[in-house]
Design a protein around this ligand. Structure first.
Ligand SMILES: [Fe+2]
Length: 413
């Protein structure tokens, strides 16, 4: 246990790395921000903190989170947990508040064990055939324990569709995580591209690990029940722990954070692609095989060939471990993936490669155009098929301070 703690302290020192491929004209020497974080290392919020409060009512649904449920944004997957018994496994929904004209049936309710932890009942429900650009209200649970939320579907796939994404990674459940999430919610972005490392439950004692997945789910519900996050795995999702006989990688993640992988003909929930508004987004796993002849390699090559820049002019790729990184933390960890995929990213004119892992902000072009050892979130505002705005917003003593921004010119158009 002591060794585990030390390893995690060494590991997590720096929130978001951003790598931009391609040349944006002449760029001068890189900037390293003089900002110094005041609270380091970040401390997890105690389990009795109000952000982790259990909703009232017997067996009330908790940890409600949604993600895109299909290839083109006309479906969502709604996931929630009931603590005491399975309870109703349906989502009631409709386009007016408190009036639910439709019902969707969840897939089989699941639960699992992990070391000495027994999970609640995990519900997964695909709500499909939605209208674009429409606000939907939904309700889960029953009686006094029923809970209602809403989400908005994206505009239809269109080359000039406006859309604002948020980018968050390595979130965890520290006081800084709360600051990041609160700032992000103020940004007005409509969906999050999440670059891996969700709960950091694996930094806790084995006996608290499962519980910290639950507390994380309750913490992020304030945003995740209302807008989709599109996630990938980070190293903290692997949880390969032979010492406690837990040897199924990504076990807890896979029960809790499904993806619409089959819609992009992927054979694994760990890598997939979606289209949303004017963007085609590819999600990779840094911790699954990706060399030649592996499923991820073959799938990615096929997916690149499906990209139609006339329909979705913007092409983004997400992975957890950054291909370029000038920090000592995690230096060159993704070098092998760079060797395999970098030439494809150039060939297919990827506009933006987003990664996490290193708990600091950094971007190219040039090896390191801007770097800052800060926590925070980014927004990516697509204006039309040729221009987008990128903003990095650091947390600074609880305030949001924008410290880096740039105009992203489409690499294809
Ligand atoms: Fe990581």
């Amino acid at each position: 246990m002591k060794e585990k703690k030390m390893r995690s302290m060494m590991h997590e020192f720096l929130v978001l790395g951003c790598v931009l491929l391609g040349i944006l004209g002449n760029v001068s020497a890189g900037i390293t921000s003089s900002f110094v974080r005041s609270e380091f290392p970040a401390v997890d919020m105690p389990l009795d903190h109000e952000v982790f409060a259990i909703p009232s009512g017997y067996n009330a649904p908790q940890q409600v989170h949604i993600t895109q449920g299909d290839y083109d944004g006309k479906a969502v997957i709604i996931i929630w947990v009931t603590p005491s018994e399975p309870g109703p496994n349906i989502v009631k929904y409709g386009t007016s508040e408190n009036k639910y004209d439709y019902t969707a049936q969840g897939s089989k309710v699941k639960n699992y064990t992990f070391y000495n932890y027994k999970s609640g009942f995990i519900h997964t429900c695909l709500v499909k055939d939605l209208e674009y650009d429409t606000k939907y209200y939904y309700e889960i649970g029953e009686g006094d324990s029923a809970r209602s939320f809403w989400f908005k579907t994206p505009p239809k796939i269109d080359p000039n569709a406006y859309y604002k994404f948020g980018i968050i990674g390595d979130l965890g459940q520290t006081f800084n995580s709360l600051s990041t999430l609160e700032h992000y919610i103020e940004s007005g972005a409509e969906a999050v591209l999440f670059v891996g490392d969700l709960s950091y439950s694996d930094e806790h004692e084995y006996s608290e690990n499962g519980e910290r997945w639950d507390s994380f789910g309750r913490f992020v519900e304030r945003n995740l029940a209302y807008q989709p996050w599109l996630w990938i795995v980070g190293n903290h999702e692997v949880e390969y722990l032979p010492e406690i006989n837990e040897v199924e990688p990504f076990k807890q993640y896979l029960y809790r954070y499904p993806t619409p992988y089959a819609a992009s003909e992927s054979s694994s929930p760990l890598w997939y692609a979606v289209r949303r508004a004017s963007a085609h987004i590819i999600f990779l796993s840094s911790y699954s095989p990706y060399v030649k002849y592996t499923p991820q390699y073959e799938w990615l090559l096929a997916e690149f060939k499906k990209v139609d820049r006339k329909k979705t002019p913007w092409l983004f790729v997400l992975m957890h471990s950054p291909l370029y990184n000038s920090n000592s933390a995690h230096y060159m960890e993704a070098e092998s993936m760079r060797v395999v995929f970098e030439s494809w990213f150039v060939k297919y004119k990827v506009d933006l490669v987003l990664a996490g892992h290193v708990h600091a902000y950094e971007r190219s072009p040039d090896y390191s155009a801007f770097r800052e050892a800060s926590y925070g979130h980014s927004t990516l505002e697509i204006m039309n098929k040729t221009h987008a705005f990128y903003h990095w917003n650091r947390n600074d003593d609880g305030k949001k301070v924008e410290t880096d921004s740039f105009v992203l010119y489409n690499q294809y158009w």
